[in-house]
Design a protein around this ligand. Structure first.
Ligand code: 13P
Ligand code: SF4
Length: 301
C-alpha cells in the first residue's frame, strides 16, 4: 500500500493531475485525495481547477459533472463500474412525458443524475442546497428528479408544489432501517443521530438532524454531544473520525455500503494515473446543454 501511495504521488506530479474524492470513498482513498467533500463542495471545486488531469474518486455522475465544467481537461474515473444506482433510475421517456404534462413546471434534478438527464433539467441541486434551489425559482410547480426521499424532505420545507419521481438510493432507502435506530438509541441514549435526506421520511423523523455529508462534518464539531450516530454510507464515519478525533462516531448500520463508491481502490487510482483510464467522453451538445443547469445551481447564493 505504501508503494502505491508513493507511486500515485509521483505520477500526480509528473502528469499534473489532481485527485478529487467523495466522502464515501474507502479510508485509504480519502487519505490520498487532494480534495475531499460532498457533491456540492466537489462541484464547486471542479469549477475552479487548473490541473491538466482530474482523477475522480467517486461515481460516474460526479466525474461527468467535472468533465462538463472542464470540457478541455482529461477527466478520469478509475473504475468503469463506479456508478450511482439512483442516477440510472431516470427513464428519459417518462421525464419527457412529465415535462409535457406540466409545461409550467421547472425541472429540478438532483446532481445524482446522468448528463443526459441534466440536458432536460432547468436547475441542478444537491442534498446540501435542495430547499434553497427550489425556493430560488419563479415557478410554483417543481418536477423533482429522481430521489423521492430528498423530494419529500424538500416538499415539507418549501412553499412549492412538488411533483415527485419514483427514484431512491438503495443504500439509504433499503439498507438503513427503523429497527437499526430503535436498537442503537437503546445502546446510546444520549447520542446525537444524524441522517442523510436520502433516507425515508420515517427515518428522518426519528433523527436529531438531517444533513448532507458536508453538513454532517460541520454540525458534528458544533453540537455539544460527544457521541454521534451516523445514518449514511459508512465511508462518512471514516471522514468524521479523522477530522474530529475527540468525538465518537458510530455507524447506524454497517450495511450502509455503496457498491459504486467502493469500486475504487488505491490500485485502480494508480492504474488510472498510469494508463490515463477511464476517460469520460461526452458529446459537445450534451455537455453544453447539461452545463446550463449546473452553472445555474453554482450561481445561487
Ligand atoms: P452528499 O452530497 O451529501 O455527499 O451525498 C452524495 C450521495 O451520493 C449521497 O448518497
Ligand atoms: Fe448513489 Fe446511493 Fe451510492 Fe450515493 S450512496 S452514490 S445515492 S447509490
Amino acid at each position: 500500500m505504501k508503494n502505491s501511495v508513493k507511486e500515485i504521488e509521483k505520477l500526480k506530479k509528473e502528469k499534473d493531475a489532481i485527485i478529487l474524492a467523495h466522502n464515501y470513498q474507502r479510508k485509504e482513498v480519502q487519505e490520498i485525495a487532494d480534495f475531499l467533500g460532498d457533491s456540492l463542495e466537489l462541484a464547486k471545486k471542479a469549477a475552479t481547477l487548473s490541473s491538466k488531469i482530474i482523477v475522480f474518486a467517486g461515481v460516474s455522475f460526479m466525474a461527468e459533472t467535472a468533465k462538463i465544467l472542464n470540457p478541455d481537461k482529461k477527466v478520469l474515473l478509475p473504475e468503469k463500474e463506479a456508478y450511482c444506482e439512483m442516477a440510472e433510475m431516470v427513464d428519459i421517456g417518462k421525464l419527457k412525458e412529465l415535462k409535457k404534462k406540466y409545461p409550467d413546471a421547472a425541472v429540478v434534478s438532483y446532481i445524482n443524475t446522468t448528463a443526459e438527464t441534466k440536458t432536460l433539467t432547468d436547475i441542478v441541486c444537491t442534498s446540501a442546497n435542495a430547499v434553497k434551489i427550489v425556493e430560488s425559482l419563479p415557478q410554483k410547480r417543481i418536477i423533482f428528479i429522481p430521489d423521492k426521499n430528498l423530494g419529500t424532505y424538500v416538499k415539507k420545507r418549501s412553499s412549492k408544489e412538488i411533483i415527485l419521481y419514483e427514484g431512491f438510493c438503495y443504500v439509504h432507502h433499503k439498507l438503513i432501517m427503523k429497527k437499526d435506530i430503535e436498537k442503537i438509541r437503546k445502546e446510546y441514549p444520549d447520542a446525537h443521530l444524524m441522517v442523510h435526506p436520502e433516507t425515508p421520511e420515517e427515518i428522518q423523523e426519528m433523527a436529531d438532524s438531517i444533513l448532507s455529508t458536508g453538513q454532517m462534518l460541520k454540525e458534528a464539531s458544533k453540537i455539544p454531544e460527544k457521541t454521534i450516530i451516523v445514518g449514511t454510507e459508512i465511508g462518512m464515519v471514516d471522514r468524521l473520525k479523522r477530522d474530529i478525533p475527540d468525538k465518537e462516531f458510530i455507524p447506524l448500520t454497517m450495511r450502509a455500503r455503496c457498491r459504486g463508491m467502493k469500486e475504487i481502490t488505491l490500485e485502480s487510482i494508480l492504474n488510472s494515473l498510469k494508463y490515463e483510464r477511464y476517460e469520460i467522453f461526452l458529446d459537445k451538445e450534451t455537455m453544453e446543454k447539461a452545463r446550463v443547469p449546473i452553472e445555474r445551481m453554482l450561481k445561487v447564493k
